[in-house]
Design a protein around this ligand. Structure first.
Ligand SMILES: [Zn+2]
Length: 251
């Protein structure tokens, strides 16, 4: 451990940094960049990931940065990765019990997949003086919050970072803050009030989407503007003025 224990861009004791956004928004890449700096400074850290996340490497966190712009998407030799300790997502308290005395930074990947109490664990680590770095999805495919734990982490973080991807809808390319679930025939999966598959893992049926033209069928409107003009996006949010102008009233 270096002599420097003071706050810096690399090491922020008593702080929680969280990177959140949809699929492909470079959440893990940001975490890997932070870890690279910790390595260079010699600051002891531990990386944790939930057991349910078995994509590609069961015992590593993985960024597919620059590996999904062309196929095959699963060319694992191009992935950036970092070894991680696997914890039981139903018992996020395992993170605290596995913490080594020398550890100064705790990294938690895919925090939205951890069950109830993950926010409690983050609070515990923060109070203990650790620098906590988390990443995960804030919203599920319906546009609603993914988990209460993740929402609390984002709300209470000292350093929250909302990331976006590029909308993967053919020909779109707008900033994407949502993740769409696709049926095998690539039509949008419908809204479901109860979503036992919320934790379903699978990259190829989820893609980043912007707000305006990509509906989640049967999703109830949020009624942002009761009695409004009817120009309402699929998430119940106003469509931008440009979108309304573009639509042909004769259609
Ligand atoms: Zn789009």
């Amino acid at each position: 451990m270096p002599k420097s224990l003071i706050y810096s861009d690399v090491y922020k004791p008593y702080c929680v940094e969280v990177y959140y956004g949809p699929m492909w928004s470079k959440k893990t890449l940001n975490v890997l960049i932070a870890i690279d700096a910790l390595k260079r400074k010699g600051i002891p850290y531990q990386v944790f990931k939930p057991r349910i996340d078995t994509r590609y490497f069961a015992d590593c966190i993985v960024s597919r940065f620059d590996s999904f712009t062309d196929r095959p998407h699963d060319d694992a030799s191009r992935f950036l990765k970092e070894p991680a300790e696997v914890f039981d997502e139903k018992r996020p308290g395992e993170i605290a019990s596995r913490l080594q005395d020398s550890t100064r930074v705790a990294v938690i990947s895919e925090a939205q997949l951890a069950g109830e109490g993950i926010d409690e664990v983050v609070r515990f680590l923060q109070k203990r003086g650790l620098y906590v770095i988390c990443e995960g999805l804030n919203l599920d495919y319906t546009g609603e919050y993914f988990s209460l734990g993740m929402s609390n982490i984002i709300n209470e973080a000292t350093h929250p970072h909302s990331l976006h991807a590029i909308c993967a809808y053919p020909g779109c390319g707008e900033a994407a803050y949502f993740t769409q679930k696709l049926n095998p025939d690539r039509t949008p999966a419908p809204y479901a009030a109860n979503r036992p598959d919320r934790l379903q893992i699978g990259d190829f049926c989820y893609e980043p989407r912007c707000i305006p033209p990509h509906p989640v069928p049967v999703r109830p409107s949020l009624s942002v503007c009761p009695g409004g003009s009817g120009h309402r996006g699929p998430y119940g949010i106003f469509e931008p003025r440009g979108a309304a102008i573009r639509s042909d009233p004769a259609e």
